[in-house]
Design a protein around this ligand. Structure first.
Ligand SMILES: Cc1cc2nc3c(=O)[nH]c(=O)nc-3n(C[C@H](O)[C@H](O)[C@H](O)COP(=O)(O)OP(=O)(O)OC[C@H]3O[C@@H](n4cnc5c(N)ncnc54)[C@H](O)[C@@H]3O)c2cc1C
Length: 423
C-alpha cells in the first residue's frame, strides 16, 4: 500500500508526486494516457510557474522551453496596440506533451512510481485506506489520494464533489500546428526588439485570442465562457478566421492558412465549492479543483502550487495520523494564490469581461496609462503574487483620470523600450 495515490499525471499530479516523494512518502501516479500524452493548452509557462518549479526541485522541466517570450503585444479592436516588456520577466513556451512527460520523469527520478495507461474509474474508502480501481479492473491502494484529473467531471462522478458550475467554466479552441516559426520570430524581433506573445481582443466575447510561438509549431487559439461558446459557436469560428486575417494584415502571421481549429477543451474559471474530503481521504489539485486564474486562463502555476500544497497536507496528516488535518488544505491554497486570484481576479474579470464595451473601455484605460499597463504585465506574467489586487485597486482609485485619458491612448503604445532601457 502506498502512502499517497495520485490520480492524473498532468502538472498538478506530477508536482504532488514530486513533493511527496521528496518528503519521503511512497507515492504512485496513475495516468490514463501514454508517456507522450498531449493536453490542449497554450503551453505558456509564467514567471510564477517557473519559480514554483524551481522551489519544487523540478527546475529541469524548464529545459523543455522551445521558445521564450520576453514581452507581449496586445491588440485591441481598431488595431490599437500595446507593446510591453519588463526586463528579466517572460513566458517560457512548451509543448505540453514534452513538458508533462518531463515532470512525470522527474517524479520517477525522486522515487515515485508512474503507471501509464491506468484510467481510474472509481475511488472508494475501506477503513483507513483509499482503493482506486481502473476501467480494466486493476486495483491500487493508498492511505490518501490526490485527484488531479484536470477539468473533466471525475471528482463529481467518482467522489460526489460539487461540480464545476457551467457558468464558471470556459471553453477554448484552436490549434498547435507545424509552422515556420523562426522566420516570424526574426521579423517580430526586428519590429519590437524582442520575442513577444500576442493577445488579441474583440474577436470573441468575454475572452481573447492568442498567438504563442513554439520551436516548429505555432499555437493559436481563443477562449470564452462555455455558455457563450454554446450560444455563438459558429460566430466564434468566424471570429477565429477574422483574427487570423487581422494578424496577417498586421504582420503578426504571414501564413495564417496553415492554422485551422482542430481541438478544443474546457478551462475552469473558479474553484469548486469544496476541494477536500476528510471522509474520502482525498484532496483535489489543479484544474480538478478549478485553480485557473479567471482573467488570463493561466492554470499551470495553480496546478504546480496546489499539487505541492496537497502533498504537504497529506504528509502532515500521515505524520500526526489525523485525517482531520486535510481541512487545512483550503486555508493553505487560499493564502498562497486563492485570495489574489478569486477575491480580486474575479472582480477584475467582471470589470473587464462583463460586456464587449466594458472590455474595450477597461483595456483602453490600461493602454493609456504606464503604471496600469505595468501592473497588467505583472499579472500576465504572474510575476507579483498580489498583482490582481494591485491592478484592481489601481483601476478603481484612478478611474476618473483613466476614463478621461483613455480616448487619447493613440494607435500604438510602446512601454517596452523605456522599460528595457531602464532595466
Ligand atoms: C486551450 C487552453 C490553453 C491554455 N493555456 C495555458 C497557458 O498558456 N498557460 C497556463 O499556465 N495555463 C494554460 N491553460 C490551463 C492549463 O492547461 C491547465 O490549468 C493545466 O493543464 C492544469 O493542470 P492539471 O494537472 O490540473 O490538469 P491536466 O493538465 O488536464 O492533467 C490531468 C491529467 O489527468 C489525466 N487523467 C484524467 N482523468 C483520469 C483518470 N480517470 N485516470 C487517470 N488519469 C486521468 C489526464 O490524462 C491528464 O494527464 C490552458 C488551458 C486551455 C484549455
Amino acid at each position: 500500500m502506498y502512502d499517497l495515490v495520485v490520480v492524473g499525471g498532468g502538472p498538478a499530479g506530477s508536482s504532488a508526486a514530486i513533493a511527496a516523494a521528496r518528503a519521503g512518502l511512497s507515492v504512485v501516479v496513475l495516468e490514463k494516457g501514454e508517456r507522450n500524452r498531449d493536453k490542449y493548452c497554450g503551453g505558456g509557462i509564467s514567471v510564477l510557474t517557473q519559480n514554483s518549479l524551481r522551489e519544487l526541485g523540478a527546475a529541469e522541466a524548464l529545459e523543455t522551453f522551445e521558445n521564450y517570450a520576453e514581452g507581449h503585444v496586445l491588440v485591441l479592436p481598431g488595431e490599437k496596440v500595446l507593446v510591453d516588456a519588463i526586463p528579466g520577466l517572460g513566458y517560457g513556451l512548451v509543448r505540453r506533451s514534452v513538458f508533462d512527460a518531463k515532470l512525470r520523469e522527474l517524479a520517477e527520478s525522486y522515487g515515485a512510481t508512474v503507471k501509464h495507461g491506468f484510467e481510474a474509474s472509481s475511488i472508494t474508502v475501506d477503513g483507513d485506506k483509499v482503493v482506486v480501481r481502473s476501467r480494466k479492473g486493476e486495483v491500487v491502494e493508498g492511505r490518501y489520494a490526490v485527484v488531479a484529473t484536470g477539468a473533466g467531471n471525475f471528482p463529481e462522478r467518482a467522489l460526489g464533489f460539487p461540480p464545476l458550475r457551467p457558468e464558471n467554466l470556459g471553453h477554448c479552441w484552436g490549434t498547435e500546428a507545424e509552422y515556420p516559426v523562426s522566420a516570424e520570430v526574426e521579423r517580430w524581433r526586428h519590429e519590437y526588439g524582442f520575442t513577444p506573445i500576442f493577445l488579441m481582443f474583440g474577436f470573441v466575447t468575454y475572452g481573447y485570442m492568442w498567438v504563442f510561438p513554439k520551436r516548429n509549431h505555432m499555437n493559436v487559439g481563443m477562449g470564452t465562457t462555455l455558455a457563450e461558446s454554446a450560444r455563438y459557436g459558429r460566430l466564434h469560428l468566424e471570429g477565429f478566421a477574422r483574427g487570423l486575417e487581422l494578424a496577417r494584415r498586421m504582420g503578426i502571421l504571414s501564413e495564417p492558412g496553415r492554422l485551422r481549429v482542430d481541438r478544443s477543451w474546457l478551462i475552469p474559471g473558479k474553484p469548486r465549492a469544496v476541494t477536500y474530503s476528510q471522509e474520502r481521504r482525498v484532496l483535489l489539485a489543479g484544474d480538478a479543483a478549478g485553480f485557473v486564474h479567471p482573467l488570463t486562463g493561466e492554470g499551470i502555476s495553480g496546478a504546480v502550487r496546489s499539487g505541492r500544497l496537497a502533498a504537504e497536507t497529506v504528509k502532515q496528516a500521515l505524520d500526526k495520523e489525523d485525517p482531520g488535518l486535510l481541512k487545512e488544505y483550503e486555508a493553505k491554497w487560499w493564502a498562497d494564490f486563492g485570495e489574489d486570484a478569486y477575491a480580486y481576479g474575479l472582480k477584475l474579470t467582471r470589470l473587464m469581461y462583463s460586456s464587449p464595451a466594458l472590455q474595450r473601455l477597461g483595456l483602453s484605460m490600461v493602454f493609456s496609462d504606464e503604471e496600469a499597463s505595468r501592473l497588467l504585465s505583472m499579472l500576465l506574467y504572474r510575476a507579483d503574487r498580489s498583482a490582481s489586487r494591485r491592478l484592481y485597486e489601481y483601476l478603481l482609485k484612478h478611474f476618473p483620470e483613466l476614463l478621461l485619458k483613455q480616448p487619447f491612448a493613440g494607435k500604438k503604445r510602446d512601454y517596452s523600450k523605456k522599460r528595457l532601457k531602464a532595466g
